[in-house]
Design a protein around this ligand. Structure first.
Ligand code: FDA
Length: 406
């Protein structure tokens, strides 16, 4: 197909006409632009930020956990768990790794299939910009969108710099997390403008907070990290748990936060791979004169051991403690029920749960069923990944799917 990309500013207030406009130069938007451009479509990407891919830059502690080799539909939450299957199957972690390797970016697997850049997340942004350039996609930053209208030929986007027109419009403006970084509810408002349903949104992959009384009681634990299994109903994650000045954090808590709802209890099983009861019994045999706190302090961080022993109101030498008491101490370590009061919200949430109802979208192309030419991709769609590179894999895969069709 011939590229049609005309600059007409000054004549009709029209800044540019292209085949495809992508709003949002984040992970999903850049991938969609690359794919559409490679198919010969003329593409313009618009973003209100001064720099593209800001979330990529800060992701993974500055090293970008850009995918997960185990990524599959089971790692995503959505009202329709089948929706993500098609896109994920057509652009896989191996496809993204191949792109990373073509650009000579060194990477490593950290843990649980999570792939990170050896050097910097900026390498991923540079790669995407190079790919966009090779695909002929233009990027207009610092561009405030003031309106979107449907026209006979497609869509007209009004901006502070004039209007843009295209036959296809891909919306990739992300979710509401980290408003300080320019996150807006733009995609949701636009979806509603075009009559698409938007499911309730909530912060996810977010630290959980505790009510003041509980927080005061666990205040001495702030800063302690331990391996844990965190359970919510039938869902469980085994990763690190971190006690903080605000409540609970660490990867295991962020994971469970996507499942937790206000009023629910979660259960912390600290050091789930250790048979605490057996170790306490052995310690009693070996050195009956030591305290329970000292014995437990051999297994857990000392402040945590002290907290749990005091919470169970246990005192005296190990030799004087019946096995029943040791069993209940072990249970308190590995069956520690706690009721969070809330979460830290969008201020620190890595992603937004919920969003544009997948029932309104075609799962192969991400196109709105009722509005031909309009596509929604990435985090704004009701598909939310676990922590560990899954959310970027969804951004790449949904971006590729839309870029293939727009
Ligand atoms: P994304 O938010 O990346 O991009 C949206 C773009 O749209 C932005 O450039 C924004 O400026 C623009 N925009 C928004 N509103 C607009 C408007 N009104 N007009 C014009 N432009 C607008 N995931 C993962 O897999 N591995 C990881 O290591 C991490 N790490 C991580 C750390 C932190 C601190 C956060 C906050 C998040 C992560 N994530 C992550 C999640 C990941 O960053 C997220 O899932 C993707 O960036 C989503 O990609 P999108 O392209 O959908 O939105």
């Amino acid at each position: 197909m011939e590229k049609e990309d005309t600059d007409l500013i000054g004549e009709t207030g029209l800044q540019r006409k292209s085949d495809v406009i992508v709003i949002g130069a984040g992970a999903a938007g850049m991938m969609a632009a690359i794919r559409a451009g490679k198919r010969g479509r003329s593409v313009v990407v618009l973003d209100h930020a001064r720099a593209p891919g800001e979330k990529i830059r800060i992701s993974g502690g500055g090293r970008c956990n850009f995918t997960n080799i185990h990524a599959g539909p089971k790692n995503f939450l959505s009202a329709n768990p089948h929706f993500c299957k098609s896109a994920l199957a057509r652009f896989t972690p191996a496809d993204f790794i191949a792109m990373v390797e073509r650009h000579g970016i060194a990477w490593h697997e950290k843990t649980l299939g999570q792939l990170f850049c050896d050097d910097s997340a900026k390498d991923i942004i540079r790669m995407l910009l190079d790919e966009m350039c090779a695909a002929g996609a233009a990027l207009d930053l610092d561009t405030e969108i003031t309106g979107v209208e449907r026209t006979d030929a497609g869509f007209r986007i009004s901006t502070g710099q004039g209007a843009y027109e295209a036959s296809s419009l891909i919306v990739a403006t992300g979710g509401k997390s980290i408003p300080k970084m320019g996150a807006t509810g733009f995609a949701y408002r636009l979806a509603e403008q075009f009559g698409l349903a938007v499911l309730e949104t909530r912060p996810a992959l977010v630290p959980l907070t505790l009510d003041p009384g509980l927080l005061a009681s666990i205040a001495p634990l702030a800063g302690i990290s331990a391996p844990a299994e965190i359970r919510h109903g039938k869902t469980a994650f085994r990763e690190a748990l971190l006690f903080t000045h605000r409540g609970l954090s660490g990867p295991a808590i962020l994971q469970i936060s996507s499942y937790w709802r206000e009023g629910d209890e979660i259960v912390l099983a600290i050091e789930p791979d250790i048979d605490i009861a057996a170790q306490l019994k052995a310690a009693k045999q070996l050195n009956g004169r030591q305290s329970a706190q000292t014995a437990l302090g051999e297994i857990l961080p000392k402040r945590l051991a002290q907290f749990l022993v005091e919470r169970e109101k246990i005192s005296g030498n190990m030799a004087d403690l019946p096995d029943k008491t040791l069993l209940s101490l072990a249970a308190s370590v590995q069956n520690f029920a706690i009721k969070p009061s809330g979460s830290e919200g969008y201020r620190t949430a890595e992603v937004t749960l919920g969003g544009i109802d997948t029932a309104a979208l075609d799962s192969r192309s991400m196109e709105a069923k009722a509005v031909p030419g309009l596509y929604f991709i990435g985090e704004c769609v009701d598909v939310t990944g676990w922590l560990g590179g899954y959310n970027f894999q969804w951004a790449w895969a949904s971006g590729f799917a839309a870029g293939e069709c727009a």
